[in-house]
Ligand binder design. Structure first.
Ligand SMILES: [Zn+2]
Length: 133
């Protein structure tokens, strides 16, 4: 299953980044939250080590968005994290249409741990991920 993954790499998320994604999602629930993922792409992994609040973020009940044209030219942004208050840990058609970067992180209630998180590539396929300290 992972071999078909376009990312072809394991996604490593720093624990403090994971905690911030979860806390942010709780804050915005029942609206969606959205954050940019900052990191680097290595041979074997995409490492996410920081977060950025997107400029001009809109938090809707079913859609969060931001204007990519407002972003600084920043090669350290490896993807976007957003919440699905519905609990559906699967990207919507729209999510894939506006996919940004290399990976997409989804989180749903109860936003408690990595079990409430899923990571996908630009084709909507699940990516293997691990939490690192
Ligand atoms: Zn979504």
């Amino acid at each position: 299953m992972w071999r078909r993954n376009v990312v072809g790499k394991v996604v490593r998320i720093k624990r403090e980044v994971l905690d911030s994604i979860l806390t942010y999602a709780i804050t915005f629930h029942p609206r969606e939250s959205i954050l940019l993922l900052r990191g680097k792409t290595e041979k074997e992994a995409v490492v996410v080590y920081d977060l950025l609040i997107p400029p001009g973020a809109v938090h809707g009940e079913t859609l969060s968005s931001f204007n990519p044209w407002m972003l600084p030219l920043d090669s350290t942004i490896v993807g976007v994290a957003h919440s699905h208050p519905s609990g559906q840990l699967r990207p919507s058609r729209q999510d894939l249409d506006v996919f940004y970067g290399r990976i997409m992180v989804l989180t749903g209630p109860p936003y408690r741990s990595e079990r409430d998180v899923a990571v996908f590539d630009g084709e909507g396929r699940p990516a293997r991920f691990e939490i690192v300290d």
